[in-house]
Design a binder for this molecule. Structure first.
Ligand SMILES: Nc1ncnc2c1ncn2[C@@H]1O[C@H](COP(=O)(O)OP(=O)(O)O)[C@@H](O)[C@H]1O
Ligand SMILES: [Mg+2]
Length: 373
């Protein structure tokens, strides 16, 4: 018995009168199928010009041409073609499938007997294949659209960050000019405060633009001097409140030359140092930040340890998420560590953190040294 709900319209193209009659009978018995029989390709074409079959069963050889030529006939809807041949012939089978037949069967009393079931199965398989193809095409279109949106967003982020920086740097310049122009002590204090605010804002803007660069740009590996890199990163944060109260303890072991993407490494270290300073505990005697930089042959490791306020276990596994802020003290956007993680990933490195509340934190990054590439 059929498993289909709607009747199937089947076009049968074959020149053997007896076969056609046998097949018609089988279909009648099976039920739920309408058979249109044609004894020549010409007759088949006439049928096709008036109606759409759901499936065609076609003899390989017809008196007026090859059965598969039926596919060349004008048709309003695609349908699967099942080709029948008299005996097993692999070449024919391969050719038939190449020229667009959906399936290939060898005529025998058994197959003729079971033809309605064979047709039904072929039709269901065809529907499945079509459905899968459509879903794949839809997925592909969606993927391409997402990629386009992603690219546009990246570009927007980058150009916005770039456009914001210009005016910020101008304000910094103006603050410097104002300092020179007979400013009184309280004005100088305000100018200092303004400068700090602008520098903080600029750091955010640079960070965001680095994030979009990290996505878009390929790695640029050069030899990097770890000593210079660390002093630059620290110097860049000397404007931060309380900076002068921190004892910086720096150890660098570089027996091997360091090859890495300098700008990405600066983004990583900049954010970690920025956080270590921001989330420190200044009520204690000896607030310190320890930076330990070891360059090995195949990888390099940087530990940034502070004895600051630490991170509660509850927050610890979330701090690398986008926009996650673990404390009221955060004046940031919760992007810093997300950017760090993305950048470390791009360098094929790993980052981990150990932290205890009211004790301190240690961030460890391990990144391949590209010197051996
Ligand atoms: N060195 C640190 N000491 C204590 N807490 C930290 C430290 N670094 C990061 N954190 C915590 O992780 C959170 C996420 O950091 P981050 O992604 O840089 O965002 P933001 O600094 O903008 O809040 C911070 O809000 C803070 O709670
Ligand atoms: Mg931060």
């Amino acid at each position: 018995m059929t498993v289909l709900n709607d009747p199937l319209n089947i076009l049968l193209v074959g020149d053997g009168k007896e076969d056609r009659e046998l097949i018609s009978k089988r279909f009648e018995l099976y039920g739920n199928m309408r058979l249109w029989a044609a004894e020549s390709l010409e007759e088949a074409r006439t049928i096709l010009s008036q109606s759409n079959p759901d499936l065609a069963i076609v003899d390989y050889e017809m008196p007026d041409g090859k059965g598969i030529d039926i596919l060349k006939a004008k048709r309003r809807k695609k349908y699967p073609v099942v080709l029948m041949t008299d005996r097993d012939d692999e070449d024919k089978a391969v050719n038939a499938l190449k020229s667009g037949a959906f399936e290939y069967i060898i005529k025998s009393s058994d197959t003729l007997h079971n033809l309605p079931r064979i047709a039904e199965r072929a039709f269901l398989k065809w529907e499945q294949v079509n459905h899968r193809k459509k879903s794949e095409e839809k997925l592909k279109r969606q993927y391409e659209q997402l990629q386009k949106i992603n690219k546009e967003l990246d570009h927007l982020v980058y150009s916005t960050a770039h456009d914001l920086r210009g005016p910020l740097l101008s304000v910094l310049g103006l603050i410097n000019i104002s300092r020179g122009e007979s400013a009184g002590p309280s004005q100088l204090k305000y100018l200092d405060m303004m400068e700090k605010c602008i520098k903080k804002l600029d750091e955010h803007v640079v960070n965001i633009s680095n994030y979009s660069k990290n996505n878009r740009l390929e790695l640029k590996v050069t030899e990097v001097n770890p000593n210079r890199m660390i002093s630059e990163v620290i110097q860049n944060h000397s404007f931060l409140e309380n900076f002068s109260r921190i004892r910086m303890d720096i150890k660098i072991q570089n027996t091997y030359p360091l090859y890495t993407d300098e700008s990405r490494l600066r983004t990583i270290l900049g954010n970690l140092v920025f956080n270590a300073i921001n989330y420190h505990d200044y009520d204690q005697k000896d607030p310190f930040i320890m930076i330990h930089f070891i360059v090995g042959k195949n990888k390099y490791q940087i530990d940034i340890t502070d004895n600051g306020r630490g991170i509660a276990p509850f927050h610890l596994d979330k701090i690398f998420e986008m926009f996650y802020r673990g404390t009221e003290a955060s004046q940031g956007s919760g992007l810093g560590l997300y950017i760090v993680k993305e950048t470390v990933n791009k360098l094929k490195g790993k980052i981990r953190v150990r932290s205890f509340l009211k004790t301190g934190s240690r961030f460890t990054v391990v990144i391949p040294n590209r010197s051996t590439d």
